[in-house]
Design a protein around this ligand. Structure first.
Ligand SMILES: [Zn+2]
Length: 352
């Protein structure tokens, strides 16, 4: 587990002056997680070096969308980080309660966090009393800085191993990657990692509404926290499931994901699942499971039969569980090969 959590510790440091773009480009193909679009991202970098301003520009307001009695979502402005969207590619959820506002995932930059705070102030006079980070990918916590600046005592919650990972090396690495991917648009952002560990089963009693933390092991990462808004029958799933894209398994596990989906469905049947990327869907777990099983089952069969990754690939691309989603899955062609390799390696490990 530690090796999966801290793969960065074994990686050489980035060159500090020269070759930033190259370093980021090289690194993104390995590590831009939850996305599976290293190639698409690399293509967004021009050949010229960028000159970052000392502080990136303000992020334009995105009005929150009301989903239920207590929940608002500030929807991201794209699927992947770019200079144009200033890195705003993961949703921010706001839970308005009697006691104050709970923020689930804080965006990729101080500027995005500040934009979210402007929206919150239009919705309520109450303070933000908790920020929860679903996992350690930078698009879900690099906005913490803005909340800490506005409310110095606000606890920043995450899974204990997420707190540690960001403190060790993952935090700086994600800041570096997102600086590159946005060509400096997030300049001014610092690593303000989560500092208050929580685990599955934690309950926040907010008076008018109960918030329950769920954790069932490794899915998209080893630290995926999900938040149930009990009275609204809604679950914020972070990146454990996605809308019209494949959740990257580079830090995750296919088998772990299936287990997490089973647990969620057993504990909260009929909930509305709200992802970190894309829009809510009651059938999201069902759809994600089918597609991911279409990948994993064929990889496992190939491993069992002594076949190669290429054999697995051929079977996956013919499987109706996969083909039915291929056309509507963002980045499918660019990323499917990588996901098949990851599935194959996981199946090999499991068989070993
Ligand atoms: Zn992620």
């Amino acid at each position: 587990m530690p090796d999966r959590l801290f793969p960065e510790l074994n990686m050489p440091d980035f060159p500090r002056n020269a070759g930033l773009v190259d370093a980021v480009r090289r690194d993104l193909t390995k590590r831009l997680l939850g996305l599976g679009a290293g190639a698409a991202l690399a293509a967004t970098f021009g050949p010229t070096a960028f000159a970052a301003p000392s502080r990136g520009p303000q992020v334009p307001d995105v009005a929150p969308t009301k989903l239920s009695e207590h929940l608002y979502i500030i929807y991201a402005r794209g699927g992947f980080p770019s200079r144009e969207n200033q890195g705003f590619f993961a949703n921010i959820a706001l839970v308005l309660t009697k006691k104050g506002v709970v923020v689930f995932d804080s965006g990729t930059s101080v500027q995005i966090g500040e934009m979210a705070i402007r929206q919150i102030k239009r919705l309520t006079d109450k303070p933000v009393i908790a920020v929860i980070n679903s996992h350690f990918h930078g698009d879900h916590w690099l906005g913490n800085q803005a909340f800490r600046e506005a409310w110095p005592d606000v606890p920043l919650y995450a899974h204990p191993d997420c707190v540690t990972a960001i403190r060790k090396a993952v935090g700086e690495q994600w800041l570096h990657q997102m600086m590159g991917a946005t060509e400096g648009a997030i300049e001014g952002t610092r690593v303000v990692g989560p500092d208050t560990p929580i685990n599955g089963g934690h309950v926040f009693d907010m008076g008018d509404v109960t918030l329950k933390v769920h954790y069932y092991g490794q899915a998209h990462t080893p630290v995926d926290l999900m938040l149930e808004i009990v009275q609204d029958k809604i679950v914020l799933v972070g990146d454990a499931a996605m809308d019209h894209r494949i959740a990257n398994m580079e830090d995750g596990s296919f088998n772990g994901t299936f287990k997490v989906y089973d647990e969620l469905e057993a504990h909260i049947p009929g909930a509305l699942w709200v992802p970190g990327h894309g829009h809510p869907d009651r059938d999201m777990l069902k759809k994600n499971r089918e597609l991911l099983m279409g990948i994993y089952d064929n990889a496992a069969k190939a491993v069992e039969a002594g076949g190669s990754i290429e054999d697995a690939r051929a079977a996956v691309l013919k499987d109706p569980r996969v083909t039915k989603y291929a056309r509507d899955t963002v980045g499918f062609d660019e990323s499917i090969g990588k996901f098949i390799s990851i599935a194959y390696l996981e199946a090999e490990q499991k068989a070993f």
